[in-house]
Structure formats: structure tokens, C-alpha cells
Write a protein of this length. Structure first.
Length: 138
């Protein structure tokens, strides 16, 4: 993580969210992955496919964790976090995926931008309202 970010509240929140996502991914737990998203969230994959809703995001990830990304490890590094309005944070991360086999074997990196929102109905916890991923070509 960029050390300039380490002291901001937005960076702390974004880092916590990324750790939740990273832990869920590395545990191959689609339900846990989807649970950090809002019920009406959108998720754009590295292939440009849009998924709507926390449940669908979780189910979609459960499917890839047992197929093309089985046994993979994903590391998410926060690059930028800013609170753009009260209770709204934009977070940019670089995600490095190592996949042991299958059609996506090898290492891949993606830039990910997420909009995080504070949820008063959940005691003020933070959730992801939108994520857009872009595969880096290197």
C-alpha cells in the first residue's frame, strides 16, 4: 500500500474492504465475497461482463472459484482512496492473481476501481456499491 494513504480514514476503510475480498477469494468463498457488496451492487469483470446484485456476485465468484480460478491466490494492493462525499469512498487497487492451472494459468494483474458506501442500516459498516475491473496487458 502507498504509505501516503496509510493515515487517511478512507484508506483504512478501503484496506479493510480489500482484505475482506482478498480473504474470501483466497478461501474460495463466493458467498463471503458477495456479502461485502450492497444488494443492488454492480460488478464488471475483467472480460467486461456486468453482474448485478450481491447474491449474483457471490454466486458468480463461487462458480469461478471451483472452475477457471480453482486454487488461485489474489493479492489486492490499495493504490488510491478518497472520500468523495460523506459516506462515499472511491478506491483503486491493483490486484495480482496467480492461477495454478486451467485456461488462465499464470499470473495476471488487473486494475480495480470500487465505490464504497456507508450503510446506516448495518450500523454504519461499509459495503461495495460498484466495482469495475480492467485486465492489465504486460
Amino acid at each position: 500500500m502507498n504509505t501516503d494513504l496509510a493515515t487517511t480514514e478512507a484508506a483504512h476503510v478501503a484496506t479493510d474492504v480489500l482484505r475482506t475480498l482478498e480473504t474470501a477469494w483466497n478461501s474460495a468463498d463466493g458467498r463471503a465475497f458477495g456479502s461485502i457488496y450492497t444488494p443492488d451492487a454492480t460488478f464488471v469483470t475483467i472480460q467486461g461482463k456486468r453482474i448485478s446484485g450481491a447474491d449474483s456476485i457471490g454466486r458468480g465468484h463461487a462458480a469461478i472459484f471451483s472452475t477457471i480460478y480453482a486454487g488461485s491466490v489474489n493479492r489486492m494492493e490499495l493504490l488510491h482512496a478518497a472520500e468523495i462525499a460523506d459516506g462515499v469512498i472511491v478506491a483503486v487497487s491493483e490486484n495480482t492473481l496467480v492461477c495454478p492451472g486451467g485456461p488462465l494459468a499464470g499470473q495476471h494483474r488487473a486494475m480495480s476501481t470500487s465505490v464504497l458506501t456507508r450503510r446506516p442500516e448495518l450500523g454504519g459498516s461499509w459495503s461495495v456499491a460498484a466495482t469495475h475491473n480492467t485486465l492489465e496487458r504486460f
